[in-house]
Design a protein around this ligand. Sequence first.
Ligand code: PLP
Length: 398
Amino acid sequence: MKINHNFLNLQESYLFSTVGAKFAAYKKAHPEKNVIKLSIGDVTLPLAPAVIAAMHAAVEDMSKRETFKGYGPDQTCYGYETLIRSIRGSYARKGVMLNDGEIFISDGAKSDLANILDIFSAENTVLVPDPVYPVYVDTNVMAGRKIVFADANEENGFLPMPDRRVDADIVYICSPNNPTGAAYSRDRLKAWVDYANERGAVILYDAAYEAFIEDGSLARSIYEVEGARDCAIEICSYSKTAGFTGVRCGYTVVPDTLTREGVRLGKLWARRQSTKFNGVSYITQMGAAAVFTEEGERQIAENIAYYKRNAKTIAATLDRLGIPYTGGINSPYVWMKCPYGMKSWEFFDYLLENANVVGTPGSGFGKNGEGYFRLTAFATAENTAEACRRMEDLFGSR
Ligand code: PLP
């Protein structure tokens, strides 16, 4: 018996456990201090009433023989038509027309980002931005793929552009980005689409934060860009759009026109899913279907607006303090440069001890994150405003 030795090549991720441990140790030593966490990467507002009502109705369906549901429909990889249609409608409102068979329902973006790799050879080289959501790197390390990095830094506004000297088969793009909050315009994304189409690469486009985009020049879907249907798979989630982090629902789009080696990738993905996946619960899918109704959209927009006000409060504070940052407008994340030339962990300790505010050290997201710090908009408005007041007091007299 041999284990998968690739797992031994994974770097231990101490990021969130170390943040949690340092927070707990500080609280223990200073129980009287009100420490505010701007490190929260999870939503905090409850589900929209339209979602709750739809889930209640679905529970009722499950209680009666006539409306009870077992496994979901096989033809659509267990996605219910009501949900697939509502996703199709939401894309149509962005000007993107999809066929029902191109939409696959999942239990969230993380699983699909990892599982989609099953349909690609382990011999492919993957291109991953640095810094970024660590799942892209770890899933490919597990499969033993060669990884090359695209540097995201101050010079390129944390939006790396294709370098034609780099030969990659799979390209990850996360826009708006976690952790930097930077988001691609359609024009910039077009360069990546051209790069992928020129060399027959496939883009895995993570749109988990698309609902936070307000600037009309930024892409909410890669399919807003010409040529993307021939090279891109889009992975999205209800987690941050509608507060489903604990409910679990997402979707992946594999266009019918996306083929490699003469094979339609949607066919491979459907085969993979029907073998290794048994769908998302009916109750969850009905709740998700309510998100893109008129009422649901209005209600989730209120929640997103709440987080966005927090992000803007943080961004405005950094503006006043003259501290450079990205994000904060089309994203729940604000990626700030650590003041006084501090390193990420050094700044973590400084901010915790002097302002009783916790954030996430940028170095945990990749080597280019060193010297940066991620603040999030998911705390309460009151705590966000108070944390910002403390930062102004601390850095205002620089
Ligand atoms: N993609 C990015 C960039 C994320 O930040 C996250 C969660 O934080 C996910 C995907 C995972 O989302 P889900 O809850 O749908 O698995």
